[in-house]
Design a protein around this ligand. Structure first.
Ligand SMILES: *[C@@H]1O[C@H](CO)[C@@H](O)[C@H](O)[C@H]1NC(C)=O
Ligand SMILES: *[C@@H]1O[C@H](CO)[C@@H](O)[C@H](O)[C@H]1NC(C)=O
Ligand SMILES: *[C@@H]1O[C@H](CO)[C@@H](O)[C@H](O)[C@H]1NC(C)=O
Ligand SMILES: *[C@@H]1O[C@H](CO)[C@@H](O)[C@H](O)[C@H]1NC(C)=O
Ligand SMILES: *[C@@H]1O[C@H](CO)[C@@H](O)[C@H](O)[C@H]1NC(C)=O
Ligand SMILES: *[C@@H]1O[C@H](CO)[C@@H](O)[C@H](O)[C@H]1NC(C)=O
Ligand SMILES: *[C@@H]1O[C@H](CO)[C@@H](O)[C@H](O)[C@H]1NC(C)=O
Ligand SMILES: *[C@@H]1O[C@H](CO)[C@@H](O)[C@H](O)[C@H]1NC(C)=O
Ligand SMILES: *[C@@H]1O[C@H](CO)[C@@H](O)[C@H](O)[C@H]1NC(C)=O
Ligand SMILES: *[C@@H]1O[C@H](CO)[C@@H](O)[C@H](O)[C@H]1NC(C)=O
Ligand SMILES: *[C@@H]1O[C@H](CO)[C@@H](O)[C@H](O)[C@H]1NC(C)=O
Length: 432
């Protein structure tokens, strides 16, 4: 009797297990087919596929997990990543893509997808990385991107997005890379941008953004790179709050209409390496806090309205490789301390109102490739020490008031490709 009951029980357990496994496998088939249907819908919306990648590879005879560009999770076999970068695809994104509910990484960058993004994508709550750069998407940047609470990368540069940057994006507390450059965005940067407490790179360059630059940006202590060049920002950068010590390494505000910087702007940016502020309307003197930037390698202030002397503290910036101060209203002499900048490779002081001599100590800057002091009011002779600048490729001293003989040492400059000493009162010629 006991034996029969045991057999009966075993049978029941086996039957239950079978049932359970059938349910399991049905469930995973359903989910797999959901993913398959979503990807097939995407394939259908791809109008041209010149390499026939999807046409030949995305075949229902194989599991989606083996399709090109598709990655599945090892446990649940659901699609976790879709990478179609640079496949020359032309088409639109169907709402069905919003059914890929396990998707964490979506990269459709460098294709020709167009149209706007369907709101169904808002279901993709697990997304950590969205890369759609270099396509033809238009319409507004969807405010519902804020539902991607795990998002780290939002990479949408090189499209035709219009409208404003939705302030709802500023709630994405894990966002590290917000790259929206080269679109048609307008309006202001939301003040709440300072809420993006994990942000590392902010690229908004080449848009039509305007207004002033919110100082809350400088309150993000994780931020390493800010690019806001080629927009319509204007006014003063407001005084920077009691911010933390910043990790900023690069600020690019080229081609805007900024009129001023707070004097203490650089007090708490000890790691800054690149500072590009040319083509603005900056006036007044160079803020002295700038000379605290011990790591600075690139400094570009050209095409502004800066005035005053070039401070001798310029010599503190000993890591400088590129120094562009041209087309400003500086006056006075070129400071001797420029001779401390032994890492300098490029220097342009063109079109200022500089007087005095070309300092002979310039001959110590033996890494120089470009030296442009043209269109000033420099007097005296060209120092023969320039013959030490054996790496010099471009040498421009035209339009000043230089006199005396052209030093013969110039003939030592064997890699020189361009020089212009015209419109001075120099004598002699150059045997090169
Ligand atoms: C599709 O592409 C993947 C990855 O390149 C490859 O492993 C697979 O064999 C291809 N399948 C077909 C049907 O061509
Ligand atoms: C974009 O893809 C094309 C091929 O479709 C490739 O030649 C090009 O280098 C890619 N661009 C980038 C920036 O990767
Ligand atoms: C997937 O999404 C589409 C459109 O959003 C919807 O109509 C459809 O029912 C979904 N399909 C499956 C299999 O879940
Ligand atoms: C971008 O969108 C604007 C406005 O919708 C349109 O006028 C323009 O032609 C578009 N540019 C490109 C390159 O598609
Ligand atoms: C930004 O943070 C402040 C303070 O934590 C909060 O009140 C505000 O709603 C946040 N804004 C956004 C757009 O997340
Ligand atoms: C800077 O951040 C601190 C918190 O980290 C916050 O209290 C303060 O309001 C922020 N200031 C600005 C101007 O965003
Ligand atoms: C700067 O302002 C002037 C005058 O308002 C305007 O003509 C010019 O287009 C602006 N430049 C930029 C880059 O915004
Ligand atoms: C420049 O360097 C000198 C010597 O290291 C230092 O005393 C001075 O405070 C520095 N100036 C600035 C503006 O940082
Ligand atoms: C410039 O170089 C000369 C020798 O090449 C050296 O004697 C002099 O000390 C250098 N000056 C500076 C400021 O480094
Ligand atoms: C250069 O200096 C001379 C004499 O000091 C002066 O007459 C002339 O206007 C100056 N030129 C420029 C462009 O500043
Ligand atoms: C540079 O030129 C001068 C004069 O022409 C010459 O005496 C000297 O030897 C040259 N120096 C080098 C390093 O070639």
């Amino acid at each position: 009797m006991m034996g029969n009951i045991q057999i009966l029980l075993t049978l029941m357990v086996v039957m239950l297990l079978c049932n359970f496994m059938m349910i399991l496998s049905m469930k995973s088939t359903t989910n797999l087919s959901t993913d398959q249907l979503a990807l097939l819908a995407l394939k259908e919306h791809v109008i041209t596929d010149p390499q026939n990648l999807l046409a030949t590879n995305w075949s229902t005879s194989a599991s989606v997990c083996g399709w090109v560009g598709v990655t599945c999770g090892s446990r649940h076999r659901r699609v976790t990543a879709l990478n179609l970068f640079g496949m020359n695809l032309f088409g639109t994104i169907p709402p069905h893509v919003g059914n890929l509910s396990f998707l964490a990484r979506l990269n459709i960058g460098n294709n020709s997808f167009r149209g706007s993004l369907p709101i169904e994508l808002a279901n993709l709550r697990r997304l950590k990385s969205v890369r759609m750069s270099d396509n033809n998407f238009d319409g507004e940047i969807p405010a519902w991107f804020s539902s991607f609470t795990q998002l780290q990368d939002l990479v949408m540069y090189g499209n035709n997005f219009t409208g404003v940057i939705p302030s709802s994006l500023c709630s994405l507390s894990k966002l590290e890379n917000l790259l929206l450059a080269e679109n048609n965005l307008e309006g202001q940067i939301p003040e709440a941008i300072g809420n993006l407490s994990s942000l590392i790179a902010l690229h908004l360059d080449y848009n039509q953004l305007s207004g002033s630059i919110p100082s809350s940006i400088f309150n993000i202590s994780s931020l390493v790179e800010i690019r806001l060049a080629n927009n319509r920002f204007f006014g003063f950068i407001p005084s920077i709050p009691q911010l933390k010590i910043s990790s900023l390494q690069s600020i690019d505000l080229t081609f805007n209409n900024l009129t001023g910087l707070p004097l203490d702007m650089f007090d708490r940016l000890p790691k800054l390496r690149n500072l590009y502020l040319s083509y603005n309307q900056l006036s007044g003197g160079i803020p002295m806090s700038l000379f605290k930037l011990k790591e600075l390698e690139d400094l570009s202030l050209s095409f502004n309205r800066l005035k005053g002397k070039i401070p001798k503290e310029i010599g503190n910036l000993t890591m400088l490789k590129r120094l562009y101060l041209g087309v400003n209203n500086f006056e006075g002499e070129i400071p001797q301390q420029i001779g401390n900048l032994l890492n300098l490779e490029e220097i342009s002081l063109t079109n200022c109102k500089l007087i005095g001599h070309v300092p002979p100590i310039i001959g110590n800057l033996t890494l120089l490739k470009l030296l442009d002091f043209s269109s000033n009011n420099l007097t005296g002779e060209i120092p023969q020490q320039v013959g030490n600048l054996l790496n010099l490729e471009e040498f421009n001293l035209k339009k000043s008031d230089l006199s005396g003989p052209i030093p013969r040492t110039i003939s030592n400059l064997t890699v020189l490709q361009f020089f212009d000493f015209s419109y001075n009162r120099l004598t002699g010629n150059i045997s090169h």
